[in-house]
Design a protein around this ligand. Structure first.
Ligand SMILES: Cc1cc2nc3c(=O)[nH]c(=O)nc-3n(C[C@H](O)[C@H](O)[C@H](O)COP(=O)(O)O)c2cc1C
Length: 302
């Protein structure tokens, strides 16, 4: 997730959930403006580790030529999936008609998908992620069909509209409508918070797959449904911290990154309640945050 997680977070999640529980992941979006993205940028997003479950590269842009050349670079690096982001509601993306901005022009979106599918030429599947609409969800079928007509192999539907941002209320029937409108597989997304929600989303919407966003930041074991103890959960956060310390060039400090997870974290009771969350987040001394995590990790089964 852009701005929140470093590639090593995704690696740690993949390492803790077997492929039958977690079928794959994508990088955060890689912004494509008017030039092809250099291969070294993709390598930074992908990180050093590889897994049985595929990790695709997600591209966000509107310039078909730059997207095509970027997708080819990604494929040449051995990336197993290329995803297109038509869901980001950030102002910068909308101004350039990228991300969710593309939802205002289904024909243009279809053309972008078609261009990238053509560029990749069957070497890897091309997938696309939309929101249910820009200002309203009345045309989710039109958007889903545009992605399918462009030749995508899979469609992810985040059930909120651009206007709805990340509001807590969701309407999964919009995902079911997209499923009914297309014959490619659909991945549902939006407010999957627990392991049980994963199955419920698939059952209620008919979507073949379910994607988890913030729920995976709150509990990296959400895919397998394992309930971990505080020492195991703290161990995850410390391993992430150690990765980040070892990784030069990270824009945020390692403890800032850990605190970004603690804003959402529910696993293992590391964050006892919302008051305790504030204690974690307001701790000014980075070493105190790590010391508290180390104390939790050192008490097995706590
Ligand atoms: C901080 C943040 C960063 C995100 N970055 C991305 C991204 O890079 N690519 C993407 O497709 N979605 C991104 N998303 C959206 C999530 O993938 C997901 O669609 C959304 O949060 C809804 O799912 P959820 O309710 O399970 O969190 C981001 C969301 C948040 C809150």
């Amino acid at each position: 997730m852009e701005g929140v997680t470093a590639p090593s977070f995704r690696d740690l999640v993949l390492a803790r959930n077997p492929p039958e529980a977690l079928g794959g992941a994508y990088t955060e979006f890689v912004r494509v403006v008017d030039h092809p993205v250099p291969k070294k940028v993709f390598l930074e997003h992908l990180g050093p580790r590889r897994f049985v479950a595929p990790v695709g590269v997600q591209l966000m842009g509107r310039d078909p030529r730059a997207l095509m050349a970027s997708a080819v670079h990604a494929v040449e690096l051995g990336v197993p999936l290329v995803d297109l982001n038509f869901g980001c509601p950030a102002k910068g993306a909308l101004k350039g008609c990228a991300g969710a901005g593309a939802l205002r022009d289904p024909c243009g979106m279809e053309e972008v998908v078609r261009s990238v599918v053509r560029a990749v030429a069957g070497a890897v599947p091309v997938t696309a992620k939309i929101r249910a609409g820009y200002d309203h969800a009345r045309d989710v079928e039109v958007l889903a069909r545009a992605v399918e007509a462009g030749g995508a192999d899979l469609l992810t539907v985040h059930c909120r509209t651009r206007a709805e941002g990340y509001q807590p209320e969701v309407d999964w029937t919009r995902i079911a409508r997209a499923v009914a409108a297309v014959s490619i597989p659909v991945c549902g997304n939006g407010s999957v918070e627990t392991h049980a929600d994963l199955e419920r989303m698939r059952r209620e919407t008919g979507a073949e797959y379910a994607m988890v966003g913030r729920g995976a930041i709150a509990d990296p074991w959400v895919f397998s449904g394992q309930h971990v103890t505080a020492d195991v959960a703290a161990g995850f956060l410390l391993e992430y911290y150690d990765y980040l310390v070892a990784c030069a060039g990270e824009p945020k400090s390692p403890v800032q990154r850990v605190k970004q997870l603690l804003r959402y974290w529910t696993a293992g009771g590391v964050v006892r309640d919302e008051d305790d969350r504030l204690v974690w987040l307001r701790e000014p001394d980075p070493l105190a945050v790590i010391a508290r995590l180390r104390a939790l990790a050192a008490a097995p089964g706590a």
